[in-house]
Design a protein around this ligand. Structure first.
Ligand code: 5AD
Ligand code: SF4
Length: 445
């Protein structure tokens, strides 16, 4: 049997796309393998968001070139596919730079992968179109393996933040209709999924066709999914502050399936820098928004993304970011040094911040954020929480799952609890996980 190795980099949408590509190849007779040496088809689903992410692709392809040559000596054919956002952004350049690559396919065209693979027998192919046809309608039914799963409801971004490649690699915002999303959610639940994370580059700008006609917001969509049997939890990511509608904020208090967790990137605590980034909101507007979210759901865990060293960022402006973090308090966060991306407006600026300054700022910010994360984890000790058990734990006799606040917990409990909600008392907090004990009558659902 032919085998396919699919590797994904970057965001959750890439992970989702990689899963759909694996299913597509499975329908073509390729068994999934995790051993790249035995793969007849190797797909790298790439990320272009920061320079380092994009560089990884070329070093990985270099390793694959050697492997392909070795397999060829043994009489075995190997097709190398570069998919995802580097494929979209670099297209033909990848073929020119890396002779071992057979197929380059962008995120909007991967439903054509089987055709492209067969075309690649006679010539190397590139498909980075934004076709009008709905790729989701062309994909085979998805196969779900876990208790939690991602579901793409929206793609693309119309915001054009000055640092970001997403509007160019993923294109304009498109929302899928509620009916299509419900059908995909039903298939996931039938396979045993209990928690669905709705994903999109700008997910809270979702405005898809509602069931009865008209337009549904993200809050409407979550309401429309909430009656699906077996669904225990809903999450969504990732959001823009300007698209946090009143109904979405209210949903955090009103819809019991919507988990008390919000990833809401702010990028900077300085209004001047936010303007230069074209974020289209002030630091104060973000603070007020967080207050409203906390009014709706006081125990909500907040998460965010930060960029340090955006061109022109002064020491004082960086201190404003530190102050915003100190004032708000985040349960988790991602922070990055600004990385210029060709084709984005900020890449042309001449007031770049020296690498050493960026590194210093990042270290200070991460220290502050790490402290907040630890404090948040510690605050869970002695609390009683509901855990959705996802998998076997680190040690025999343990299972692992997540709390509503997205914290991983290790629990002494039998494997038969996988897929159920357990009521657990948190006993201690480790560096990457919490530890919990079962309460009597622990199986809640
Ligand atoms: N440089 C550094 N970080 C970036 N991000 C996006 N583009 C860049 C860039 N050019 C970060 C932002 C975004 C997250 C997904 O990646 O913080 O929210
Ligand atoms: Fe990029 Fe997010 Fe800004 Fe869109 S909203 S341009 S995806 S950072």
């Amino acid at each position: 049997m032919k085998k396919a190795f699919v590797k994904s980099y970057g965001c959750q949408m890439n992970a989702y796309d990689a899963g759909r590509m694996a299913d597509l190849l499975a329908a073509e007779g390729y068994a999934a393998t995790e051993t790249v040496e035995e793969a007849d088809v190797v797909v790298l689903n790439t990320c272009h968001i920061r320079e380092k992410a994009a560089e990884k692709v070329f070093s990985e392809v270099g390793r694959l070139r050697v492997l392909k040559a070795e397999r060829a000596q043994a009489g075995l054919d190997t097709r190398i596919v570069v998919a995802g956002c580097v494929a979209q952004a670099e297209g033909r350049e990848i073929l020119a730079r890396t002779p071992a690559v057979d197929v380059v396919v962008g995120p909007q065209s991967y439903h054509r992968l089987p055709e492209l693979l067969s075309e690649s027998k006679s010539r190397r192919v590139v498909d980075t179109e934004f076709p009008i046809e709905d790729k989701f309608a062309k994909l085979p039914a998805r196969r779900n393996r876990g208790v939690t799963g991602f579901l793409t409801i929206q793609e693309g971004c119309d915001k054009f933040c000055a640092f970001c490649v997403v509007p160019y690699t993923r294109g304009a915002e498109v929302s899928r209709p509620v009916a299509a999303i419900r059908a995909e959610a039903e298939a996931m639940l039938a396979d045993g999924v209990r928690e669905i994370t709705l994903i999109g580059q700008n997910v809270n700008a979702y405005h898809g066709e509602a069931l009865g006609g008209g337009t549904a917001s993200l809050a409407d969509l979550m309401r429309a999914l909430s009656d699906l049997p077996g669904l225990a939890r809903l999450r969504y990511t990732t959001s823009h502050p300007n698209d946090m509608g009143d109904d979405l904020i209210a949903a955090h208090g009103a819809n019991p399936l919507v988990m008390p967790y919000l990833h809401l990137p702010v990028q900077s605590g300085s209004t001047r820098v936010l303007q230069a980034m074209n974020r289209k909101h002030t630091a104060d507007a973000y603070r007020r928004l967080i207050e409203r979210v906390r009014d709706a759901r006081p125990d909500i865990a907040l998460s965010s993304d930060f960029i340090v060293g955006f061109p022109g960022e002064t020491d004082a402006e960086f201190e404003e970011t530190m102050r915003l973090v100190a004032d708000i308090g985040f349960a988790s966060a991602f922070s990055f040094k600004y990385s210029p991306r060709a084709g984005t407006p900020a890449a042309d600026r001449e007031d770049a911040i020296p690498e050493s300054v960026k590194s210093e700022r990042l270290a200070r910010l991460q220290q502050l954020l790490d402290g907040q994360r630890h404090a948040f984890n510690e605050s869970m000790v002695c609390e009683t929480v509901e855990v959705l058990v996802e998998k076997a734990g680190r040690h025999p006799g343990q299972v692992a799952g997540k709390t509503p606040h997205l914290l991983m917990v290790q629990i002494e409990a039998p494997a038969s609890t996988i897929g159920t909600l357990l009521t657990v008392r948190i006993t201690r907090s480790g560096s990457n996980s919490l530890f919990g004990e079962l309460l009597p009558d622990a199986v809640a659902a």
